[in-house]
Design a protein. Structure first.
Length: 332
């Protein structure tokens, strides 16, 4: 071996091993796929060994590639451990904080209800929102904070419960006027149901509906939770959706109490929990979730989500104290 491989080339190797394609590796690293191919060729030249077999199904590690993998992963772990230690000692309240959550939660809750408070409280902190269904790797600094619907088990991660996220059975007022209203959430016989695509990643609402609607026809399905909500708003049938997505939408009414809930977690790496800018951002997130906990849990349905169809047309449910003040003024 003429030259020792450098860390940048080993990152290319690991990304390609994990993704199996040049495009996939490029997306993981934020580089062009041609850069991945060029750096891989340089690494194989330095090692005078082929690290991958090119197959119709993608790049498959050769025996030499499998031999290299644990060494590269060890270097990666040390690199990110050093990066976390350096970041953890950074006392500034500026810089960048990267937050990962799902695309739906980012657009319907985080952006309208949390982002503004973060920007107002900490204008010198730059925020990067990563909205994807994939769980970003916190130890490898793909994100500094993550909002997850399941509690991770890695010992290196610090988790904090933010709220309980409830689902409910909803239908449009027009649908109930036309077809009648179920007496209870599981009293669905004879009703048109809006379900979730069977190929989509199931949420707890989808799993509940599959049990409750067993033996019943589900003629309408969507592969995204906002599509399911849109079908319910349009009066196409009864759907199971998160309560906060229905609250404040004037067309929708819930049948009975929420039917199921799961906890929402704020997750970060233990090495970064004392970093001032990350701690500052996490504190605002915790505060804003606490403020809207009753809406997320389905206890309060007076929430007008910015992205809801009702809110888009200017609908919102006035605060009771506002109504009382208005009545007082009218009496005077």
């Amino acid at each position: 071996m003429q030259n020792m491989p450098n860390w940048d080339d080993l990152r290319i190797f690991l990304a390609l091993r994990r993704s199996g394609t040049l495009l996939g590796a490029g997306k993981l690293l934020g580089v062009n796929h041609t850069t991945v191919a060029r750096r891989l060729a340089a690494l194989e030249s330095d090692l005078t060994a082929r690290l991958f077999d090119r197959t119709p199904d993608g790049y498959v590690p050769t025996p030499m590639g499998e031999t290299l993998a644990p060494f590269a992963e060890s270097m990666e772990e040390r690199y990110f451990a050093l990066d976390r230690q350096v970041t953890g000692q950074d006392a500034r309240l500026d810089g960048t904080v990267r937050i990962a959550t799902s695309d739906t939660f980012a657009s319907t809750f985080f952006v309208p209800r949390v982002l503004g408070a973060l920007r107002e409280r900490h204008p010198d902190i730059d925020l990067e929102l990563v909205s994807t269904a994939a769980a970003y790797d916190l130890p490898r600094r793909q994100a500094d904070l993550a909002i997850r619907m399941t509690r991770p088990s890695e010992q290196s991660l610090v988790v904090r419960k933010l709220a309980a996220l409830a689902f409910g059975v909803y239908g449009a007022r027009a649908y109930f006027a036309r077809r009648g209203r179920p007496r209870a959430p599981d009293d669905l016989a004879g009703h048109t149901l809006v379900g979730y695509d069977r190929e989509a990643t199931p949420n707890i609402g989808a799993r509940w509906l599959e049990q409750a609607a067993r033996g019943l026809r589900v003629p309408v399905r969507g592969d995204h939770i906002l599509t399911v909500r849109a079908a319910a708003v349009a009066g196409e049938g009864i759907a199971v959706i998160p309560c906060f997505l229905a609250a404040g939408v004037p067309e929708l009414e819930r049948v009975g109490a929420p039917i199921s809930a799961h906890d929402v977690w704020l997750v970060q790496h233990a090495d970064l929990q004392r970093t001032p800018r990350i701690r500052a951002v996490s504190e605002v997130i915790v505060e804003r979730f606490a403020r809207h906990a009753r809406v997320l849990s389905g206890e309060d349905d007076g929430y007008a989500a910015t992205s809801s169809p009702g809110a888009a047309r200017g609908y919102s449910r006035p605060d009771p104290s506002t109504r009382r003040r208005a009545r007082g003024r009218s009496r005077r």
